[in-house]
Design a protein around this ligand. Structure first.
Ligand code: 0RA
Length: 641
């Protein structure tokens, strides 16, 4: 327990405060998972960054120690240790009282991104121990807590014990997260490193040293980004084909400092990130609205001035103009407010006005002098608008057609039952296999849709061609639930007419190729079919074996044949199936259609992504997989426009 002040009113309030934090940790740090755990570091880090913003700290070190604790060191002024009017050193007040942080010095916390001072005491309450050394006024001052409770006696005069003399200033905090509170207590280095790097980009004069001492060989990284968010944007685009240099706009309005950096690539995504007081606003907010509105308005004006848009043309949409844009908007706001589910959406109306003002003024200055860049950006918008219109037209055409024709190809052999939960449809490669399948099936609940040879590769075709394709139309009609794509969603899975959609292709390379083409089609236009587990691959047998004595058997792969050879030493006849077309109706039923004996493989969404070589694009990208996938294809589609 604390020394002589243990039982006064102030310390009772402290205990009550700590208890509240330990009872409902989620209320203070979001969760007690790995995410909440890392949050402890960010609370301490943000305080040190505030000291940098106040103009006093140039280096912050974050060390993950072998015993599971974390040390954060800064070379700022040091947390004040002088006696506070509440009867304890200011440092103690900060670490034991909720809402104490900025009270004794409002101006330094002007643009704080942390939890407005609750951060330090929350970390303290949720740590098995917290050790703090403050270099200040010529001495290293020491304090120590256990689960938030002071565990070091103060000096006779009420001041902190001193360890040794020093001429430096700064703060060094070590804390061990409490295993009673957290589900896991091992910090995730990858996430912390990315946060530290981000912090370095946002504070171009700050050096951040990371050290992970947990492994036998320590990992040390220094983050220092003198180019600030210009470097941030450049690095985000590192692997992309860039169309212009990063453009930086800065200024101040309504007491809000604004910096916006943007750069265009030949990508089809936009990636616009907003930060307020160094904190990422994952849900965006008013600063992004201000940026986007102004950017769209000014670019449309330029487009008319230059003549890219004629009088009769409609404006470019915001998305057209941001096509291929990577942007970071960083503002410093004296009193940020947040809304939204996770409190990560900036809500201050003055932020929208300030960003609009700064970006509007600076952008005009820039583009008036850089006509080439202006033309590049506008031609990006022009291309995006062209693709958008083509897609809209194709969609409307198909919707119009759908009203008049139902399975105009007449290939579907439907089943008699109408209850979708009992029905299945086989997509069968080739007319001959399709014919056998129609004879072999149980027409009660099994439908057959033969498709001819290789279907169109939707990854390489523009959307109007995809939807004009007869095989693809047949499938969309048969399934009954429409389709969705980048600019519209008419897909309704509740209308699906079959519980199982079974792709039935030969067990050879061509068959695999056809399966891949079909899966790509579903993934692009009907992803819910796969997500909800309705899509299957039939696994027809590769071999039939007939031993001298005993029953004939079907074998589904080479491993099974190898096994069979081992267990059936005697001679047997072996028939290899070259394709589904070789089987008669009876064989087809026994091996591939009959639910009692057939083998089906359910298709997972991850199978399809791998098949489409999406891994690279998805890595390090916050774009949802499906969107990224679609844009990837839109890039191909563009070649056909
Ligand atoms: C308020 C006032 C002063 C320093 C700090 C806060 C401060 C807080 C933290 C948290 C982590 N490291 C920190 N370093 C400094 C100093 C006021 C003065 O010296 O006049």
């Amino acid at each position: 327990m604390a020394g002589k002040n243990s039982y006064n009113a102030a310390s009772i309030a402290v205990l009550e405060g700590l208890e509240a934090v330990r009872k409902r940790p989620g209320m203070y740090i979001g969760s007690v998972s790995g995410k909440g755990l890392n949050h402890l570091i960010y609370e301490i880090l943000d305080n040190a960054v505030d000291e940098h913003l106040a103009g006093y700290c140039t280096l912050i070190q974050v060390i993950l120690e072998k015993n599971g604790s974390c040390t954060v060191i800064d070379n700022g002024r040091g947390i004040p240790v002088d006696m506070h009017e509440k009867g304890m050193p200011a440092e103690r007040l900060v670490f034991t009282t909720l809402h104490a942080g900025g009270k004794f010095d409002n101006t330094t916390y002007k643009t704080s991104g942390g939890l407005h001072g609750v951060g330090s005491s929350v970390v303290n309450a949720l740590s098995t121990y917290l050790d703090i050394k403050i270099s200040r006024d010529g001495w290293i001052h020491h304090d120590y807590y256990e689960r938030g409770v002071p565990a070091l006696s103060l000096e006779r005069d009420g001041s902190l014990p001193r360890l040794e003399k020093t001429s430096e200033t700064g703060t060094c905090i070590t804390f061990l997260p409490d295993a009673e509170i957290f589900e896991k207590t091992d910090f995730s280095a990858a996430e912390i490193k990315s946060r530290l790097h981000q912090t370095a980009y946002l504070n171009s004069e700050l050096k951040i040293r990371f050290e992970d001492r947990r492994a036998d060989e320590a990992e040390i990284i220094e983050y220092y980004e003198p180019d600030g968010i210009i470097g941030f944007v450049a690095d985000l685009n590192k692997k992309k084909e860039i169309l212009c240099e990063p453009i930086s706009l800065r200024g101040e309005a309504e007491n809000i400092r604004v910096e916006a950096v943007f750069q265009f690539t030949n990508d089809f995504q936009e990636n616009v990130m907003g930060f307020c007081n160094n904190i990422l606003n994952a849900e965006g907010g008013t600063h992004l609205t201000g940026f986007k509105t102004t950017f769209t308005a000014i670019m449309n004006n330029y487009a008319r001035e230059i003549g890219i848009l004629k009088e009769k043309d409609a404006n470019f949409t915001g998305a057209d103009i941001r096509n291929g844009m990577t942007a970071v908007i960083s503002i410093r706001h004296p009193a940020p407010r947040f809304e939204g589910q996770t409190k990560t959406k900036l809500d201050n109306p003055d932020a929208a006005r300030a960003v609009s003002k700064v970006v509007g003024d600076e952008m005009t200055l820039y583009f008036d002098r850089n006509l080439d860049t202006l033309k590049t950006v506008l031609s990006c918008a022009e291309k995006a608008a062209k693709i958008r219109k083509t897609e809209e037209r194709a969609r409307n055409n198909l919707l119009a057609k759908q009203k008049y024709s139902f399975d105009s190809n007449g290939k579907l052999a439907n089943c008699e039952k109408k209850d979708p939960s009992k029905c299945e449809i086989f997509i069968v490669e080739g007319d001959s296999a399709g014919g056998s399948a129609k004879t072999a099936r149980d027409r009660n609940y099994q439908a057959i849709l033969p498709i001819r040879g290789k279907i169109l590769n939707v990854a390489k075709a523009s959307i109007d061609k995809v939807l004009a394709n007869a095989e693809i139309q047949s499938m969309i009609h048969a399934f009954g639930c429409g389709f969705s794509e980048g600019y519209g969603n008419d897909f309704d899975i509740s209308k699906l007419r079959y519980d199982k959609i079974i792709i039935m292709a030969d067990a050879d390379v061509d068959g695999a190729h056809i399966s891949t083409l079909l899966l790509t089609l579903f993934y692009r236009f009907m992803p819910e079919l796969i997500q909800e587990g309705h899509v299957y691959l039939a696994m027809p047998p590769l071999y039939k074996v007939l031993p001298k004595k005993g029953e004939e058997e079907y074998l589904y792969d080479d491993k099974a044949l190898e096994q069979y050879r081992k267990t059936h030493k005697g001679s047997f006849t072996l028939q290899r199936y070259k394709g589904l077309g070789e089987m008669d109706a009876q064989q087809l039923w026994e091996t591939t259609l009959d639910p009692q004996t057939r083998i089906l493989k359910r298709v997972e969404i991850s199978d399809v992504r791998l098949a489409s070589e999406m891994t690279e694009i998805l890595m390090g990208s916050e774009v949802p997989p499906r969107k990224a996938f679609i844009y990837e294809h839109a890039r191909d589609a563009q070649l056909d426009v």
